[in-house]
Design a protein around this ligand. Structure first.
Ligand SMILES: C[S@@+](CC[C@H](N)C(=O)[O-])C[C@H]1O[C@@H](n2cnc3c(N)ncnc32)[C@H](O)[C@@H]1O
Length: 422
């Protein structure tokens, strides 16, 4: 039983928000604001169209430790849209309004949560949005409603298929593989932000419960009964299971880009992942930036630099068989990432004597680094200034590049250094 359930009782006071939910909300807000700013990159644009699905929406309101009312995820999303609109107007010094043509679809299996949310939306001035249908409320389970919601998002944006799914389940079994695969197969610009309570799952799994989990979720083959056998499991079994589950979930989702970071909630409730899955590298990069902004609460296990997932998620353990100190997305982690990249990049380029376009180099490491494109670019430029790396154009002429790289700039070791690492 997972002990972090919330109850919304119509007419009653809102539930007390848990710290980890506040953390998720601030990440969601900052990610969405950056997402909109990235989408509206040109002042000539006057409209963007997408669907946002809050698949486990809750009642839309909490009270915090100081007794103040704070918004739940549907309101966090609507407020982020307002904030982004104001920022776009300001940053681009626009005269022309930008119209966010967004349909927000809220789903919850609890009729009470939906009723609470309806009241909250009305109270917060979003009654007109309910009336016009730009906010839609559905009572039911996400897995059952997913096909009709994906269909609706496709009808709204047949070409771009632009949609964000916020799937904040309590545990680990309410978002099956089939729903993720449907989203990514149907919607070319879809993104999913998925809560997955990995420690609760590992505590629940046993040789006897494994097949029920697999049948329910479709995440098959990640874990074997032998992995779970108390008599035979080795010291790193927990991390081995995390690593294998992570690969199965991301690999079978149909997404191409991922962030595998986790939140460690208060009082030892166990780590859960906040996985971001997408079809576009830029979305992944914007999410990685958001993690760096919220460094106090997010982490990942493993080394800094370009190869954090070289041995699989969380597979790096020390001699005492406990996880390495977690990577905290803070200044220490930033410095460690830079140091690691300054050593790793020349080694990797040694295997490419003809060089590699910077864009291709970055994409070949994106799913296994906590660094953003800007951070990798900064490390490459530092190596260029130190004459450890050359930048050449497509015909091999050396380019004097100091401050920014283009994706088609070819980076390579200077010819006399090509053999230094072999
Ligand atoms: C963690 S709470 C959601 C909190 C909300 N996303 C927020 O951040 O304010 C999870 C919600 O999911 C609902 N729920 C549980 N199982 C569900 C399912 N299979 N489909 C849809 N909703 C579900 C619960 O009723 C609960 O309101």
């Amino acid at each position: 039983m997972i002990s972090n359930h919330y109850d919304w009782v119509p007419g009653g006071p809102p539930p007390l928000i848990k710290r980890h939910s506040e953390v998720k909300h601030s990440l969601l807000r900052s990610y969405l604001v950056d997402y909109f700013l990235t989408l509206v990159s040109s002042p000539a644009q006057d409209r963007i169209k997408l669907t946002i699905v809050d698949g486990f929406c809750g009642g839309g309101c909490y009270v915090n430790g100081a007794g103040e009312r704070v918004p739940g995820s549907p309101l966090v999303i609507l407020n982020a849209m307002r904030e982004a609109q104001a920022k776009v107007m300001d940053l681009q010094q626009r005269r022309k309004e930008i119209h966010f043509d967004v349909e927000l679809v809220c789903i919850d299996e609890s009729a009470d949560a939906i009723a609470y949310l309806r009241g909250e939306l009305d109270a917060q001035g979003y009654g007109h949005a309910l009336h016009s249908g730009s906010v839609k409320l559905h009572c039911g389970t996400f897995a059952k409603l997913a096909p009709q919601i994906v269909q609706r998002a496709t009808e709204r944006s047949p070409r771009s298929g632009r949609a964000i799914f916020v799937l904040d389940q309590y545990g680990y079994k309410a978002v099956p593989q089939s729903a993720l695969a449907l989203i990514f197969r149907t919607l070319p610009s879809a993104e999913v932000i998925l809560t997955f309570n990995v420690d609760a799952l590992i505590n629940y799994l046993s040789p006897g419960t494994l097949s029920a989990f697999e049948r329910r979720t479709g995440f098959t083959g990640a874990v074997t009964a032998a992995d779970l056998d108390r008599g035979t499991r080795g010291p790193g079994w927990r991390h081995h299971i995390q690593s294998s589950l992570y690969s199965t979930i991301t690999g079978s989702s149909g997404a191409d880009f991922f962030t595998p970071f986790f939140i460690r909630p208060e009082r030892g409730h166990g780590d859960f992942w906040l996985l971001h899955l997408s079809k576009h590298w830029k979305a992944r990069d914007v999410m990685a930036q958001a993690h760096w902004q919220h460094h106090n609460h997010f982490g990942h296990y493993g080394p800094p630099g370009l190869d954090m997932l070289r041995t699989g998620y969380a597979a790096v353990i020390n001699r005492e068989s406990s996880p390495q100190a977690t990577f905290q997305f803070d200044d220490v982690a930033r410095a460690a990432s830079t140091d690691a990249m300054l050593a790793q990049i020349p080694r990797k380029l040694a295997a490419r004597p003809n060089g590699i376009p910077f864009g291709e180099f970055f994409l070949s490491h994106i799913n296994s680094t906590p660094a953003t494109m800007k951070m990798v670019e900064a490390s490459v430029l530092e190596l260029v200034r130190a004459k450890e790396i050359q930048v050449v154009d497509t015909v091999g002429a050396i380019r004097s590049v100091r401050t920014s790289l283009r994706p088609n700039h070819i980076i390579r070791l200077p010819s006399q250094k090509s053999f230094a690492f072999i």
